[in-house]
Ligand binder design. Structure first.
Ligand code: SF4
Length: 71
């Protein structure tokens, strides 16, 4: 699957594509609660601990894999 992305200051961004091996998309609410280090590798344990999420629109989702370029 192609992941298109416009967030050019992310370390995984390259010419409007995401080149990360995997990404974790979650609700804004859960994304704010999770430690910065949590990413797609922890998806199963995150779901076990916090449950699956539900949102009303795309505006309530976030990319938890974002990492500032050069950070
Ligand atoms: S990790 Fe998320 S924010 Fe970063 S390039 Fe990929 S989709 Fe965009």
């Amino acid at each position: 699957m192609e992941v298109h992305c416009t967030v050019k200051n992310c370390r995984w961004w390259e010419n409007n594509y995401c080149i990360a091996q995997g990404i974790l998309i979650t609700s804004d609410e859960l994304g704010e609660m999770l430690p910065e280090s949590y990413d797609y590798q922890q998806t199963q344990s995150i779901v076990q601990q916090y449950g699956e999420t539900s949102v009303d629109s795309c505006m309530a989702t976030c990319c938890k894999t974002f990492e500032a370029a050069g950070g």
